[in-house]
Structure formats: structure tokens, C-alpha cells
Design a protein around this ligand. Structure first.
Ligand code: FAD
Length: 469
């Protein structure tokens, strides 16, 4: 912890500490609203957790810092400010509690094993100090994990019945805060954040923070959501919302998005978009109940293939299968990948090459701006057949997927400069058709597995072969 303890005396009225984690917003934030209820002084606190900032990749760190700077500005408009500390979260919360004489702490509950352990430690330490601990469980998701349960189990393992129940539950009332009073307390200076930003290389074009997130959401809802149902799988149209990093860091409230989509843009597009937000809730409720699902198979499977060369080719976008390589290169270039491409590349790694989904999930987590333990691990498990897919043996055939979701070859030409001159769609998706010499001249590799119209068959006995969707 790099700050010194405050020299100022505790405020007369007992304060509340509002611990921000990944709920970096002032609009519809039940934690902030509860903390400031009744005009109580609050310390809006964010602790840069060394254990997290040390391993978070540069682009995501930049997004986080931009989000914190924006949050500070929003809090100042309400009469407050963000108090920034660094170090161990539990120790810093207890330190701030002591400095301002707070009698309560508010935080959003979260689903990862790390967050659950942090909450357990906080609960124990605050209890020992005689300080109230308030956990708010409907902050990151629309419905609280564990709130909707099938009769005899603590989580839903199949999406459709979850979706039916989820859609029937009324939305919680929006949370609002108009004014804040913050007692005197020390924190890091903006320059400290600047140093962190400099360490983070820019990735992609999205700027972090609630302000940017709200602008993007507004544009998306008013211009594109109506078309979403028909176009969301079209790789070259790239017409999904791109709101995932803002949802991950809580710069946007998922509940508010559902409310606005339903109220202002009713129709098939909004319904399809809301269904995707329900998938997000679905994965969160699984991880809340099964935090080990971040790394353990939910459904046991046989051995995985050991093939470091194939794994490297996949990570670098050099498998020789354009639709797979385009997705992987988009990930490196933009810190983002279209959902359809995530499905295709993940199926290719885990099903066609038979390589452990954990290796793929780790690579995604290193590069995705929206990397999220629940969504990443559980989507990977879904695709790999170790998770919640009711058809665990399904294999996505990359050629069929390419024909269906990139019918003009635009997506592969956009991300694979070697192929940008191939105007013939069949050649763009299957450059091996050009013959070995012509393909070599393009500087594009031969496929690492044999591919024909119906099958992706692993060569050299690797991986699971199969016809697919
Ligand atoms: P939109 O299509 O506009 O959807 C709106 C929102 O719904 C998204 O922002 C997201 O929060 C949620 N959503 C959409 N699809 C899914 C889904 N399948 N599961 C859960 N929530 C969904 N999403 C992440 O946020 N973080 C991840 O780390 C992540 N890893 C993934 C790994 C794999 C292998 C796969 C197949 C999917 C992964 N997804 C992940 C889900 C999905 O691909 C992204 O949420 C989506 O592409 C983000 O783009 P968008 O915001 O434009 O989505």
C-alpha cells in the first residue's frame, strides 16, 4: 500500500465505505445508492489489487484505468470523488474503515473463486471490527446468481428452462444517487493512474468508462438493435453491440440495458439481444455455484491431444484454414473477436485438433478486452463438450461456417492480408485449391488438418474428426 494514513479526524456522522470492484458506474449502481442512502457520508473506494493488476494485460489495464478516471469525474459531478488505494483489498478496506470511523461497508457480490474468497475474508475481518457488511447480489447481472433455481438444484445446467424463468422475473427498480458527501481521506493521485496507463499498450479502439459505454449503448440501441436478430452472426457486418467490455467492468448496468431495449426498442432485435444478456446471467449463475468450472470440466471427457505446434499455429492464426485464422488474427489485432468466430475457433481447437479447452481459454483471457471468467470458461466448456451444451459432440465445420457466415469472403480478406487479393470466395476460404505453389507465393500456410467439404479430419491421428454443423 503506497499511501499514508489520513491525518484528518473521523467525520462526526458514521460513514459508509462503498467498495467498487467491477461495478464502475454511477448510473443504476445499487451498491452506491445503498451506501449513500439517507444522505450518509460515503467513501467511494477502489483498491488496485496488486494480485490482479500484476497479471492483467496492458490493453485491459488501460481500459480499467480509463474507467476509473471516468468514474472519478462522475463522482465529482455528484459532489464526491473516487478514493483510490492500492494493495490488499481486505486490508485497505479495514484501514479506510478505521480512518473515517465507518460503521458499514457495501460491496457487489461476485462469482469467481477469487471474489468469493475476498468476500469471505472481508466478512470475517469486518465482523471482528464490529462493522456491518452489506453484499448486493443484483449488480453485475440482471438476476442475482442463485435467485432463480430449478426445484432440487442450486443452479440451472440447461439454458432454455433458465431463459423461460428468467424472462418472467420482473426487473429490479433502477438505482439512483443524486448527491454525495465524502469525508476527508487520503488516496492515490491521478498521476499514479497515468503511470499505469503508460504501462498498458492500447488495444482496439474502445475507450474505457461509463461515459463511453453509455454513448455506445445509446448509438447501438437507437441505430442497430432492430437489425440484430438477422445480422448478429454475419462476420463481416460486425453488427453486434461491442458492449461486452463495458458490461464486464460494470461501466454499464445489464439491467438498465434490458429495461431500455424492452421499453424503447421493442421487437425481435431487442428480444434476441436480451436473450444474449440472459446467456451472460446463465454463465454467472453456474460459476457462482461451481467456481471450479473456471478450470475443471463440468462433464468429464477423455484425454486431450498434446500438440504444441498445432496450438502455436492456432494462437498465431496460421492453421491454414482462413476462417479460423481470421478470427485468431482479429483477436490479436483488436483484443476482441466476433462471437461467431469465437465459436468457430474454439470448436476447431477443442474438437478438430482435440486440444484442451483450457489452453484456448487462457489465450483468449490474455488477449480479450472483455475477458471474463464466467463467460470465457463456460463458453469454452460449452463448445468443447465438457459443459452445458445439450449436444456435446457437435463439431462446427469451418468450411460450412465460412460459407454461411462469411458468404462473400470479406471477413477473411479483412484479417488475412495474404488473401486480400483473392476475389473468388471459394479460393479465399480454401486457398489450397490454388495449388501448392500459388498458395506458397501468397505466403499463406497449408492447412494443419485435412479439410474437405464435409469433414475436418485431423491429420497424423490427432484430434476428433467429424462432420458438423
Ligand atoms: P452482443 O452480441 O452485442 O451481445 C450482448 C451482450 O450479451 C454481450 O456484450 C455479452 O455480455 C452477452 N453475451 C453475448 N453472447 C454471449 C454468450 N455466448 N455468453 C455469455 N454472454 C454473452 N464474452 C465475454 O463477455 N467475455 C469472454 O471472455 C467471452 N469469452 C468467450 C469465449 C468463447 C469460446 C465464446 C464462444 C464466447 C465468449 N464470450 C465471451 C461470449 C460472446 O462471444 C461475447 O460476449 C460477445 O462476442 C461480445 O460481443 P458483443 O458485446 O458485441 O455481443
Amino acid at each position: 500500500m503506497s499511501t499514508t494514513a489520513s491525518a484528518s479526524s473521523p467525520t462526526a456522522a458514521p460513514s459508509a465505505v462503498v467498495l467498487f470492484t467491477r461495478d464502475l458506474r454511477v448510473h443504476d449502481n445499487p451498491v452506491l445508492t445503498a451506501g449513500a442512502a439517507g444522505g450518509r457520508p460515503v467513501v467511494p473506494l477502489f483498491v488496485l489489487d496488486d494480485a490482479i493488476t500484476a497479471r492483467i494485460p496492458g490493453g485491459r489495464l488501460r481500459f480499467l484505468v480509463e474507467s476509473l478516471t471516468d468514474l472519478d469525474e462522475a463522482l465529482r459531478k455528484l459532489g464526491g470523488r473516487l478514493v483510490l488505494r492500492s494493495g490488499d483489498v481486505v486490508a485497505e478496506v479495514c484501514q479506510v474503515v478505521g480512518e473515517v470511523g465507518a460503521d458499514r461497508v457495501h460491496v457487489a457480490t461476485d462469482v469467481t473463486a477469487y471474489a468469493q474468497e475476498r468476500e469471505r475474508r472481508l466478512a470475517a475481518e469486518l465482523d471482528a471490527l464490529g462493522v456491518e457488511f452489506h453484499r448486493h447480489d443484483q449488480v453485475h447481472t440482471v438476476q442475482a446468481p442463485g435467485e432463480i433455481r430449478p426445484g432440487d438444484r442450486d443452479y440451472f445446467s440447461v439454458f432454455t428452462p433458465y431463459w423461460r424463468r428468467w424472462a418472467e422475473v420482473p426487473l429490479r427498480a433502477p438505482a439512483a444517487v443524486r448527491k454525495l458527501r465524502v469525508p476527508p481521506v487520503d488516496g492515490l493521485e491521478p498521476a499514479d493512474l497515468e503511470r499505469l496507463v503508460k504501462a498498458g499498450e492500447p488495444v482496439g479502439t474502445l475507450r474505457g468508462g461509463e461515459t463511453a459505454g453509455r454513448k455506445l449503448a445509446q448509438r447501438w440501441l437507437s441505430r442497430t438493435v432492430d437489425e440484430y436478430e438477422g445480422i448478429h452472426d454475419d462476420l463481416s457486418a460486425d453488427a453486434t453491440s461491442h458492449l461486452s467490455p463495458y458490461l464486464h467492468f460494470g461501466c454499464l448496468s445489464a439491467t438498465e440495458l434490458v429495461a431500455r431495449a424492452t421499453r424503447d426498442h421493442p421487437g425481435a432485435g431487442a428480444d434476441a439481444f436480451i436473450r444474449q444478456l440472459c446467456w451472460r446471467d446463465f454463465h454467472h449463475q453456474v460459476l457462482a455455484a461451481r467456481p471450479d468450472a473456471a478450470h475443471e470440466d463440468l462433464r468429464p471427457r477423455g484425454e486431450w491431444a498434446e500438440d504444441p505446434q498445432a496450438l502455436e499455429a492456432w494462437t498465431e492464426g496460421r492453421t491454414g484454414i482462413p476462417i479460423v485464422d481470421a478470427g485468431m488474427r482479429q483477436l490479436i489485432a483488436e483484443g476482441w473477436m466476433h462471437n461467431r468466430a469465437r465459436l468457430i475457433t474454439a470448436s476447431f481447437l477443442s474438437k478438430s485438433l482435440g486440444i484442451d479447452w483450457r489452453a484456448g481459454a487462457a489465450h483468449f483471457a490474455r488477449h480479450l478486452l472483455d475477458a471474463d471468467v464466467a463467460n470465457n470458461a463456460l463458453n469454452w466448456q460449452w463448445v468443447a463438450g465438457t459443459g452445458m451444451d445439450t449436444r456435446p459432440n457437435r463439431v462446427l465445420n469451418p468450411l460450412r461456417q465460412a460459407a454461411r457466415y462469411d458468404p462473400a469472403g470479406e471477413y477473411v480478406r479483412r484479417y488475412l492480408p495474404e488473401l486480400e487479393g483473392l476475389t473468388d470466395v471459394a479460393e479465399a476460404h480454401q486457398p489450397w485449391r490454388l495449388g501448392e505453389q500459388a498458395r506458397d507465393r501468397l505466403g499463406y500456410p497449408a492447412p494443419i488438418v485435412s479439410v474437405d467439404g464435409a469433414k475436418v479430419a485431423a491429420v497424423k491421428g490427432k484430434g476428433a474428426a467429424g462432420a458438423g454443423a
